[in-house]
Design a protein around this ligand. Structure first.
Ligand SMILES: [Zn+2]
Length: 486
């Protein structure tokens, strides 16, 4: 039996029964947490000295597209329409299988480096079978815990490898049998159907949902992201009408969900995922944190696209907390009052145990509870940024003060992947592969006229992947409104 003892740290367990324990230990046996408490001893255990460290569960990201890391910050000043045209309908087609590997491998290491131990990887650029094999291989090589989503989206391609949806459905079954048989592995399978606006027809969408259920895979779906032309997309209602709404679905974004739809989400045990960076930037509104917590709906957060923003969870959690506080504070703007709504403790839970609940993994990860897998991170507080931290409120330090630079040690299922602030991986190789991929993609994109694609061209490209009827509806929805600059 392998034993590790994390010794003498400030343990933030996120387990309501254990709470926070100063000068405490965590014992790990065969990849699982076996005890949390003071003065634990284990004769043959490898000791990990946690003096001056916060010991906490690794972060859980419930919505991320790791493959986009090879286009770092390309979308930083873009709207959702720009993203749809420039990335999804255009640059995505420039990825070779080796670019998928590079982005997945580097992106998974980048997450681990930031203390993110679990990710929903919404992998929706599987243009050939090799793109999928390489995407999975990148995650496996890095050792990240992930629900890898078989994404049905695709950009327009000259000679697509998959000619029909039937072929894509069948290939998902092949991958499931090849890589995802062991259900308690750190890498499991999810399914990400196309957005409703891109369905050729209802039967095509229904078949993608049915596949997930056939494979007992969790479903991840972009939903009610936009206020189409002043109306509502009613996509939750649509799922409900088609008999597809169930507790195995995680819906992302959701700002334009009606009260009646929120009731359906709660009743069906559906979970939700919000991505403050992209939602605030791209016209998807404030994250619907307040509505989700009022309904008791499981809600998590994510970095979304690393072609836009950073890959950590400190940032989205802080943005989510502060925007939710701003919404609740608003009626009392300008008044002096006692206290603020929503604690840092709650925000820490969103990024750990609540995120695990969203993914249906809270029995296995999300808190330092004996019996759970040892997905644990150590934050070094003996540093110029965190020294003097307030021990009465460790979540305050984690959410409002800490950053990637403070992540000293990371382990997933007891395996140490970062130690003393350094990734235990071939980082040089990861960087070289990613740089090559980024260079290749940028060159191909430049030959097509650059990353930016104008709205009319975007609608033309969409014609190739969905029906003309849908594109006409999209065009009607997206009036070309200049953003307000003052
Ligand atoms: Zn997304």
């Amino acid at each position: 039996m392998s034993r590790r003892l994390i010794k003498g740290g400030f343990v933030v367990s996120v387990d309501p029964r254990l709470g926070n324990l100063d000068d405490a230990d965590v014992l790990i046996e065969d990849g699982k947490i076996s005890a949390v408490g003071r003065n634990l001893s284990a004769a043959d255990a490898e000791i990990i000295d946690a003096a001056h460290m916060i010991v906490m569960p690794g972060f859980v990201d419930t919505h991320r597209h790791i493959w986009q890391g090879a286009m770092r910050a390309v979308t930083a000043d873009w709207s959702l329409l720009n993203y749809l045209g420039g990335i999804r309908m255009s640059a995505a087609a420039c990825y070779r299988p080796e670019d998928m590997y590079a982005a997945q491998y580097q992106g998974a290491l980048e997450a681990i480096n930031a203390g993110v131990t679990t990710i929903t990887d919404y992998c929706h650029n599987l243009n050939t079978p090799d793109h999928a094999h390489e995407a999975i291989r990148g995650l496996r090589d890095a050792g990240l815990r992930a629900i890898w989503n078989y994404g049905f989206n695709r950009p327009p391609l000259g000679d697509p490898a998959f000619k029909t949806q039937q072929e894509r459905l069948q290939f998902a079954r092949t991958l499931a049998a090849q890589y995802f048989v062991q259900r308690d592995a750190i890498l499991t399978m999810g399914v990400a159907p196309e957005e409703a606006a891109l369905w050729i027809d209802d039967d095509a969408g229904k078949a993608q949902f049915a596949l997930a259920r056939e494979l007992a895979a969790r479903l991840f779906w972009h939903c009610n992201c936009l206020n189409h032309g002043g109306g509502r997309p009613f996509e939750v209602a649509r799922l409900h009408a088609l008999g597809l709404l169930d507790h195995d679905i995680v819906l992302s974004h959701m700002r334009y969900t009606t009260p009646e739809e929120w009731r359906l989400v709660a009743e069906h045990g559906v979970a939700v995922a919000f991505t403050p960076d992209t939602e605030l930037q791209m016209g998807m509104g404030y994250p619907s944190t307040i509505i989700a917590r009022r309904h008791g709906i499981a809600h998590g957060y994510g970095a979304d696209i690393t072609s836009n923003n950073s890959a950590d969870m400190f940032t989205p959690l802080r943005m989510a907390l502060q925007t939710a506080r701003a919404e609740l504070n608003a009626p009392r703007d300008g008044e002096l009052y006692d206290g603020v709504p929503i604690t840092c403790d709650e925000a820490l839970r969103w990024g750990t145990l609540e995120g695990a609940r969203v993914l249906g993994l809270d029995h296995r990860i999300g808190s330092l509870t004996p019996g759970k897998d040892a997905d644990i991170i150590l934050l070094n507080t003996d540093s110029i940024t965190l020294v003097g931290w307030d021990r009465s409120n460790p979540a305050g330090t984690i959410i409002q003060q800490a950053s990637i630079a403070d992540v000293d040690t990371v382990m997933i299922k007891g395996k140490v992947l970062k130690r003393h602030g350094v990734l235990l991986a071939d980082v040089k190789r990861a960087c070289r592969l990613l740089a090559d991929a980024a260079e290749h993609i940028a060159r191909e994109v430049a030959a097509k006229g650059g990353f930016y694609v104008d709205p009319q061209r975007t609608f033309q490209l969409m014609q190739a992947v969905t029906s003309a009827r849908h594109v006409d509806a999209f065009r009607a929805d997206y009036q070309e409104i200049a953003p307000t600059t003052t």
